[in-house]
Design a protein around this ligand. Structure first.
Ligand code: ATP
Ligand code: MG
Length: 255
């Protein structure tokens, strides 16, 4: 078993000749929380779209858990355990928080009709849904209509519905976006907790979150990898500091 759960080689995505992602060799270690950072337009979301097969690459390969998954269908890749939060688990605003988690579980277990006719199966489902809500600290919101949940808690619900699929690797695109300090702290602790037995790759603009949570960082700039390493090292790299001038200031991030 390779120490890297995910590896890309020469990964490239061109849009009408413009290289949004260019020759990216990304390696993510099993069990790590790995950050993908970089200025706006660097290609971070496009990398996620390639990894989840939402977009086909122009060139290059993607290896997950030792298997070449470059040409695999998105659903097959998700079934392998490489899942992007809110890729499959878009929440239904008019349903309760509990119902949304149950739908996530239903996706994992399959939609075999007879399954739902057994009362015992329904109880197993309810118990598991409640466990997931406990894991993300949302039991108090179980019966709340999802649309009425506080904004800062919605990411936790998305994480719960993603966890229902039992991913071995989770991709999170800007999990703290638009949140205040208190909610950021909660999401950081939640990510740390759910990372215990899996790998996380996250795009994050908040550099104090990156500094405090991530084992390793890859910096993208104009589609290419500019630097890769632990935060201490990457945050001192002159080219990285240069790339961040005028946007986020790497020197302002603290542990
Ligand atoms: N479907 C598309 N068609 C054409 N160009 C695209 C498409 N998707 C992305 N791009 C371009 O590719 C580049 C990378 O975009 P991407 O969304 O991956 O950046 P990002 O690093 O996620 O940025 P941000 O931090 O703003 O989210 C941008 O210049 C963007 O305009
Ligand atoms: Mg993006």
């Amino acid at each position: 078993m390779s120490e890297f759960i995910l590896e890309t080689a020469g990964l490239t995505k061109e849009f009408k000749g413009f290289a949004a992602v260019s020759n990216v060799d990304l390696k993510v270690r099993r069990g790590h929380i790995h950050a993908l950072i970089g200025p706006n337009g660097a290609g971070k979301t496009t990398v996620f779209n390639l990894l989840t097969k939402f977009l086909p690459p122009t060139r290059g390969s993607i290896t997950f858990d030792g298997q070449d998954i470059t040409r695999e269908a998105p659903a097959a890749t998700a079934r392998r355990g490489l899942v992007r939060s809110f890729q499959i688990s878009a929440t239904f605003p008019h349903l309760s928080v509990m119902e949304n988690v149950r739908i996530g579980l239903q996706r994992k277990l399959g939609t075999e009709f007879h399954f739902w006719r057994s009362e015992k199966s329904l109880n197993v489902l309810n118990d598991r849904a409640m466990e997931l809500l406990e894991a993300v600290d949302l039991t108090q919101f179980a019966d709340t209509v999802t649309a009425e949940m506080p904004y800062g808690r919605k990411r936790a619900l998305e994480i719960a519905t993603t966890l229902a699929l039992e991913p071995t690797m989770m991709l999170l695109d800007e999990p703290t976006q638009g949140m205040g300090q208190e909610d950021i702290g909660r999401v950081v602790e939640l990510i740390r907790k759910v990372s215990a037995n899996r790998t996380i790759l996250m795009v994050e603009h908040n550099l104090s979150v990156v500094a405090n949570l991530c084992d390793r960082i890859t910096v993208l700039q104009r589609g290419s990898i500019l630097a890769e390493g632990p935060y201490e090292e990457v945050s001192k790299n002159p080219q990285v500091l240069e790339a961040y001038v005028g946007s986020s200031d790497m020197n302002d991030a603290h542990h």
